[in-house]
Design a protein around this ligand. Structure first.
Ligand SMILES: Nc1ncnc2c1ncn2[C@@H]1O[C@H](COP(=O)(O)OP(=O)(O)OP(=O)(O)O)[C@@H](O)[C@H]1O
Ligand SMILES: [Mg+2]
Length: 155
């Protein structure tokens, strides 16, 4: 699934649809350069999960959690020095506990994540335009994308 957003609000709307479709144990891996809109998308995911508190780019903390319909774990690997540190994050526990994990800069450690996940790749195509490509790896994510498409009126 590929779409173009023309404002931060449109990117958040996509995130919101993802958050609404989110199931316990979902793993969303976000790729994209600085300022691509990863945090913006996570803010939408939080809204879709009914999270009340605000989501920003964590400065030093790698993981922040936000209670909502499900617990949202917002993980930012920007400051990760060694990809192997991903193994110490406790990701499996978060997923097994029924949380939803959204990981910025996931491209830094792809081989270390569970095989099934959703990849969200964001690309600058203009000052306000972002091309966003979502790739489901695993059946449950195929179902989630179908729901996102319905929610966004794309089918
Ligand atoms: N279509 C769009 N979608 C998302 N953000 C947009 C869009 N157009 C402009 N922006 C702006 O781009 C910036 C995206 O910032 P954001 O913090 O979400 O990026 P990021 O990918 O998380 O960056 P970082 O790598 O620093 O964490 C914001 O200032 C936002 O207002
Ligand atoms: Mg960010």
């Amino acid at each position: 699934m590929k779409l173009l957003t023309r404002s931060p609000e449109e990117t958040q709307a996509l995130g919101e649809a993802l958050g609404k479709a989110g199931q316990p144990g979902d793993l969303f891996l976000l790729w994209g350069e600085l300022g691509a809109g990863k945090t913006c998308l996570v803010q939408g995911i939080a809204r879709g999960l009914g999270v009340q508190d605000s989501v920003r780019s964590p400065t030093f903390v790698i993981v922040t959690h936000h209670p909502g319909r499900l617990m949202l774990y917002h993980i930012d690997l920007y400051r990760l020095d060694n990809p192997l540190e991903v193994l110490d994050l406790g990701l499996d526990e978060y997923l097994e506990a029924g949380g939803v994990c959204a990981v910025e800069w996931a491209d830094k450690a792809m081989p270390l994540f569970p095989r099934e996940h959703l990849v969200v790749e964001l690309r600058h195509v203009g000052e306000q335009e972002r091309q966003i490509q979502l790739t489901a790896r695993g059946e449950r994510y195929v179902a989630i994308l179908a729901q996102v498409r319905r929610q966004m009126g794309l089918e």
